[in-house]
Design a protein around this ligand. Structure first.
Ligand code: PHE
Length: 340
């Protein structure tokens, strides 16, 4: 009997070893230890043995049962571990697997344009200055020679935070801030966001961007303003683009002008985009710094003169990239952004 049992155990362990999955193992458990299993049968047969053999036989059969059970347990554990490993392997994310260089982003068009503009002016020897989007009525209007009844001061045009503090409606407040630092000569640009109580349409947004330019020195003339603008516009758009100067009025410059560029689409010939005029919308306002502004900042207007202009950065971007709607710059539509 002992020999038979040993063989049975060896056979069972061998079969357990060969089994590949939990289902096969379960079958083997039934085969040996189940209700009608081989070991269970042996246990039942103990009753038929002579009395003196019973204890020994019982002991051997129990041992065999324990051994087979242990083998089943070990194998079950091994198969479970293997399954888990396979699952982990399957679910592991390979972060390098689908790396696609083309999907890396780029600066928004407005920031790209701001960087281009600043680089051009830096190359022309200008300082790039940063300033606050929230400023005082004194810096935004009073010291810029704006009369008390100037329409831009009204709350229907400008966003006030308190009576004396507001979201700047133009970057010209940076002229005052830089002049008040008291260092001469001045040759600076300062770009950033400005805010106006405007309805949104194809060419207007309540938040947009300007770049302010200010030069103050002895003997600065309108010719310097013109030369600076022509150099800048060539750098930005190439030789094809021409500028048109129109007289205008700003409280802080005298004389004042507005400047348009030839339509970037038809290059001045006239097309639907420019309403057949050949000219793009106005790009900037500027002029010679009003003596009252220089004096408000403690600068001797008999000795010093200056020019200033404020560029619409969004409009520069629209001309540069041929856009017919300012909202494209702010919508964050990937189909649009991916074209640049
Ligand atoms: N601040 C003016 C505007 O926002 C532009 C400007 C700047 C005009 C500097 C003259 C000088 O329209």
């Amino acid at each position: 009997m002992e020999e038979n049992l040993k063989e049975l155990i060896a056979k069972a362990i061998h079969e357990i070893d060969l089994s590949l999955n939990l289902k096969e193992l379960e079958k083997l458990r039934v085969k040996y230890l189940g209700k009608k299993g081989l070991i269970t049968d042996l246990k039942k047969n103990i009753a038929k043995l002579p009395k003196e053999e019973k204890p020994q036989a019982g002991k051997l059969i129990n041992q065999a049962s324990v051994k087979i059970e242990e083998a089943l347990e070990d194998k079950t554990k091994a198969i479970r571990e293997k399954l888990l490993e396979e699952k982990i392997e399957e679910e592991k994310i390979d972060v390098t697997a689908h790396f696609d260089r083309k999907t890396s982003g780029h600066l928004a068009l407005i920031n790209q344009t701001l960087e281009d503009l600043e680089a051009i002016f830096q190359n022309m020897g200008f300082d790039v200055v940063e300033g606050p989007e929230i400023d005082t009525v004194k810096n935004v209007f009073d010291d810029l020679n704006s009369p008390a009844d100037h329409p831009a001061r009204s709350t229907s045009d400008t966003f006030y935070i308190t009576h004396n503090v507001l979201l700047r409606p133009h970057t010209s407040s940076m002229q005052i801030r830089v002049m008040n630092e008291g260092k001469l000569p001045i040759k600076m640009v300062s770009a950033g966001r400005v805010f106006r109580n405007d309805e949104v349409d194809a060419t207007h947004s309540p938040m947009f961007h300007q770049l302010e330019c200010l030069v103050v020195d002895e003997n600065v003339s309108m010719a310097n303003l013109k030369a600076t603008l022509e150099t800048f516009i060539k750098e930005m758009f190439g030789d094809d683009i021409k500028l048109r100067y129109r007289p205008h009025h700003f409280p802080f410059t005298e004389p004042s002008l507005e400047v348009d560029a030839t339509c970037p689409i038809c290059k001045g010939k006239g097309c639907p985009a420019c309403g057949n005029t050949g000219w793009s919308m106005e790009l900037l306002g500027g002029g010679m710094v009003h003596p009252n502004v220089l004096e408000a900042c403690g600068i001797d207007s008999e000795k010093y003169t200056g020019f200033a202009f404020g560029l619409g950065v969004d409009r520069i971007a629209m001309v540069k990239y041929g856009l017919d709607d300012i909202r494209l710059l702010y919508d964050n539509d990937k189909r649009f952004l991916e074209q640049f």
